[in-house]
Design a protein around this ligand. Structure first.
Ligand code: 5AD
Ligand code: SF4
Length: 482
């Protein structure tokens, strides 16, 4: 599984048809923390709420319902929720003085992990709803309106996706030409540091039909790039025309859908990278040459303690096989430093594996003990100062690798999916096959086009295509503002 940016995702309007027929009178502000799956879940909660007459707002002060979709992966992520709830309490009091009632809901993995504890600790919260039950939001809100404080974190027996309204084409387009599609949830791997198997439950795969149906709907609405999501997405398993299929087979089916130009998937476990999936990288041009494949550590001793169930060498050989199938594929990963018992030697092994693989990008974190996970009970916790120093070194190496990778792209041509207008009139912003934002000339193409451009240079976080550079006058006005 993966987790990165803390994106404050604007709330979503949900089903456009519902919004068009019944004028919404209520507003919802949704704030999303954590991984892409939470981004997707927030959109789907927006869809469920649109059916209840909620329109999205990006201004928390205007909201009748504030919904925090939370992340529990590291301690800081969970603590942030409580400080945010403190701020919301003041806001709610202010609204009450104006005679307005604001309801507050906590969803996502903190909701799942802490349940009723949230209601106890934060008096402002009316509703706690887990990641497996959010299709019941309308009923839960009805109970809240009846004066109850509701906790609904059961693992529902029914499939929530069968019970959620679909987003309308208009709403899908509003979200952009690149979309997420959850195909798998939960994790059975039980890495000893990780809360996911407890917050998201056992592995469940959505059916081929449900996935194809959703993907077709996205494509018909104008989506060009689909990223398949799952905490352990390459463990996805299904059946098609009486035959068992894995993620490789699913990607082949999705590649046939007219309109879809790019496919990605995230996040994978090395042990589930089977031959069929590697062959899909070999055969499908539509499958982008970028793979997020976390290894977490380069030390066999630590990998064992993490219950990763593979050695560093297994990972290196796997990367060799993937690169043989798809030369030039950009690798990405996740790393944890300061796992209990990690010695200098173990950490050096992590630095070594990073050097051996050569990452286009990678995410690294200081180990954070999570209540209820086996690693949290190990005595040999690494002092924070040591972990901080290791993280700095690792991040320095990763930064150098990702900069070198971006530099290697300067002077090359690449296909870019045009996603939105840029900062200046003559610019658009798109996405490289390797997920970099690319600034390009507006004349290069319209939103939704995949265009071939030459890369002129690399900026700090983006690539600049020929024609995408700011013009001299724009630069000088920028300097004045600065
Ligand atoms: N401490 C630090 N990092 C963690 N991750 C997961 N659990 C923890 C933890 N307890 C990291 C892993 C994972 C990514 C999503 O978050 O690297 O791949
Ligand atoms: Fe967590 Fe490991 Fe499962 Fe990824 S594979 S979600 S790190 S338990």
């Amino acid at each position: 599984m993966t987790l990165r940016n803390e994106l404050p995702v604007p709330a979503d309007a949900g089903d456009a048809r519902a919004a068009e027929t019944a004028l919404p009178t209520k507003k919802v502000f949704i704030k999303t923390y954590g991984c892409q799956m939470n981004v997707y879940d927030s959109q789907r909660m927006g869809d469920a709420l649109a059916g209840e007459g909620f329109a999205p707002t990006e201004r928390i002060e205007d909201a009748d319902l504030v919904l925090l979709n939370t992340c529990h992966i590291r301690e800081k992520a969970a603590e942030k929720i409580y400080s945010e709830l403190g701020r919301i309490r003041l806001l709610k009091a202010e609204a009450a003085r104006e005679g307005r009632n604001v309801n507050v809901a906590v969803a996502g993995c903190v909701a799942q992990a802490e349940g009723a504890e949230i209601i106890k600790r934060a008096s402002v919260v009316d509703l706690v709803i887990g990641p497996q039950t959010y299709h019941r939001l309308p009923q839960a809100l009805a109970r809240v309106r009846g004066g109850e404080r509701v906790v609904d974190t059961d693992y529902a027996v029914e499939d929530k996706f069968d019970h959620l309204p679909k987003a309308g084409a208009q709403e899908i387009r509003r979200r952009g030409v690149a979309a997420f599609l959850t195909v798998q949830e939960g994790c059975d791997k039980f890495c000893t540091f990780c809360v996911v198997p407890y917050t998201r439950g056992a592995e469940v795969s959505r059916s081929v039909e449900a996935i194809l149906d959703e993907a077709r709907g996205l494509a018909q609405a104008g989506v060009r790039e689909v990223t398949l999501l799952g905490q352990n997405v390459n463990a996805w398993a299904g059946e098609y025309e009486g035959r068992a299929v894995g993620l490789g087979g699913l990607l082949r089916l999705l590649a046939e859908i007219p309109g879809i130009a790019r496919l990605r998937y995230t996040t994978s476990h090395p042990r589930d990278m089977d031959d069929a999936l590697i062959e899909a990288h070999r055969d499908l041009d539509i499958l982008m040459p970028y793979l997020h494949l976390p290894v977490q550590s380069g030390s066999d001793r630590i990998l064992k303690a993490m219950n990763r169930r593979h050695k560093a060498e297994d990972y290196l050989r796997l990367v060799d096989r993937i690169r043989a199938a798809r030369p030039g594929i950009a690798m990405s990963g996740d790393f944890i430093v300061g796992f209990p018992g990690e010695t200098d030697e173990d950490f050096e092994a992590t630095m070594r594996i990073v050097r051996d693989v050569g990452y286009a990008s990678a995410f690294s974190f200081k180990y954070s003990p999570r209540p209820g996970t086996p690693a949290a009970d190990i005595d040999a916790q690494v002092p924070d100062a040591v972990a901080t120093e290791r993280l700095d070194r690792l991040q320095g190496l990763i930064r150098a690798q990702s900069t070198a990778f971006m530099e290697s792209l300067v002077g090359t041509r690449m296909d870019v999916l045009v996603e939105k207008t840029g900062r200046y009139d003559h610019q658009m912003v798109g996405r490289s096959p390797y997920l970099h934002p690319v600034v390009l000339a507006a004349s290069a193409g319209a939103v939704g086009d995949v265009v071939s451009v030459s890369i002129a240079r690399n900026g700090p976080n983006s690539l600049i295509a020929v024609g995408g550079e700011p013009e001299a006058a724009e630069l000088s006005s920028l300097r004045k503002i600065a």
